[in-house]
Design a protein around this ligand. Structure first.
Ligand code: AMP
Ligand code: ZN
Length: 468
């Protein structure tokens, strides 16, 4: 399997640290607002990477954090007159709802920065002991960037160029030894959440959080560290510096970064105000459509969001889902059970599409080509199945289609949501049928509702219903 590694700027053969296992850390969102669909891109992309490793038989340990202490959270809390904790808890819960709608599976562990402060104090102390960090008189702790000889290796930046860029913006009164040094711990300002430390009552810098959570839940060395491409510098570069100086071993073998979701060819972001939240989109589309749209491009390519592309994704997804439904119908109504010899041949032909799909995914998770292979399988299925097909034949094709969709997190047989108003309408129809003494229809409706998971009770006060 080939994976593009930002560190080497090459597609490399994937070789796990431990055979049969993969450890993945994905930088998660800062929770001060509903997530926008740009934030959903890494969630969907790396959830798909995880699913493909599992499909290949790997045991995957997948960790993704929530950054729940940050300037933006504090600002939102002040604006609303509530605690920072209330803001972050609220938006973690909302984010989890969006993830569920997007069929992004919960991580093995979702650590919260605020629950990992002890580990951060320990790592900062180790960095100070080893001479890679220092505290200044106002209680700030800085990382001594030049003490890490490989600084710049991920973003392919030259440290002297960086220094030149910084020098021009050096602020007077700065207590840093060097403009390149970055914050590991900062003293609190009035009214901010804070924790005690040997240096000051304060809070951690953003970069140290991920180094610590990754170490605690995945170990000193991990297979894959991932996030959006804006995180390459400085966030991931700084994570490497902290982790490698503290642990003395290479931090992550492969660094994977997704391209940006754009709108009108500009990066979608909160600060530019040109974003849609996942919640906005869910009012108009099933979130499966958004997932399908995201996977219709290669994860490293920029992807432009537009109504046209969403409509195209909706239609494409429908074609696949309809094929699955047609196969269900044929399976339920098949007149023969076992495969005919022609069908046997067709099934081995169909395996070609699975091979194509796998080849696409093996090539740095090319989901765009993998989806093309699914469309080819759909076309083949539509052409070669009918009322006359055997049950085994249609069920085999269905299983194949379902497996390929499942790796992409696309649900073939999505249970239709049963809405209260649909239930009420059926109950009204049943009452009308009973009035007309059409008991057959009334019983049919009762059974139909039961199939939908709705139980009816005829009581003296009328018909009552509940979900099974
Ligand atoms: P943030 O909450 O800004 O730290 O972002 C959380 C994750 O979403 C990070 O991995 C970002 O790189 C990613 N991200 C933010 N905006 C976009 C975008 N427009 N397209 C793709 N990824 C994004
Ligand atoms: Zn991070």
């Amino acid at each position: 399997m080939k994976v593009f590694n930002t560190l080497t700027r090459k597609k490399e053969e994937f070789v796990p640290i431990e055979e049969g296992k993969v450890s993945i850390y994905v930088c998660g969102p800062t929770v001060y607002n509903l997530i926008h669909i740009g934030n959903a891109r890494p969630m969907i992309v790396f959830d798909t990477v995880r699913r493909y490793f599992e499909y290949k038989g790997y045991e995957v340990n997948y960790v993704s954090n929530f950054t729940d202490v940050d300037d933006k959270i504090i600002k939102a809390a002040i604006e609303e007159g509530v605690s920072a904790d209330e803001i972050s808890k609220r938006y973690i819960a909302e984010c989890k709802k969006d993830m569920e709608g997007l069929n992004v599976r919960p991580a093995t562990k979702h650590p919260l920065a605020t629950e990992e402060i002890d580990g951060m104090l320990q790592m900062i102390s180790t960095l100070i002991e080893k001479g890679h960090a220092y505290a200044v008189e106002d209680g700030t702790v800085y990382f001594r960037t030049r003490s890490f000889k490989e600084y710049g290796k991920l973003s392919h930046k030259n440290i002297d160029d960086l220094e030149a860029g910084h020098r021009s913006i050096k602020v007077s009164g700065d207590l840093k030894e060097d403009p390149l040094d970055f914050v590991l711990w900062k003293p609190k300002k009035e009214g901010e959440p804070s924790w005690q430390s040997p240096w000051s009552d304060g809070r951690p810098g953003w970069h140290i959080e991920c180094s610590v959570m990754s170490k605690k839940y995945l170990g000193d060395r991990i297979d894959i560290h991932a996030g959006g491409e804006d995180l390459v510098f400085p966030h991931h570069e700084n994570e490497i510096a902290q982790s490698e100086c503290c642990n003395g071993v290479e931090f992550a073998k492969y660094w994977m970064h997704n391209g940006f979701l754009k709108i009108n060819n500009e990066k979608m972001s909160k600060s530019l105000g040109n974003f849609f939240t996942v919640r906005d989109i869910s009012a108009k589309y099933d979130l499966q459509v958004l997932r399908f749209f995201m996977l219709s491009a290669h994860y490293r390519s920029p992807l432009n969001f537009s109504d046209d592309l969403m409509e195209a994704a909706k239609n494409g997804l429908e074609r696949i889902v309809n094929c699955g439904e047609q196969l269900n119908y044929y399976a339920d109504n098949a007149k023969t059970e076992g495969l005919s010899s022609d069908e046997e041949k067709l099934l081995s032909e169909a395996k070609e599409y699975v091979k194509k799909y796998e080849a696409a995914m093996e090539d740095d998770f090319n989901t765009a080509d993998a989806i093309s292979a699914i469309f080819e399988l759909v076309k083949f299925t539509n052409q070669n199945t009918s009322d006359a097909s055997s049950k085994e034949f249609v069920l085999s094709l269905r299983k194949e289609l379902e497996t390929l969709c499942d790796v992409l997190g696309i649900i073939l047989n999505k249970e239709k949501e049963v809405l209260d108003e649909d239930v009420e309408a059926l109950i009204a129809e049943r009452q009308a049928a009973r009035k007309e003494k059409n008991f057959q229809r009334a019983d049919e409706i009762r059974d139909e509702l039961l199939n939908m998971g709705i139980i009816l009770e005829d009581t003296r006060e009328g018909v009552k219903w509940k979900r099974a």
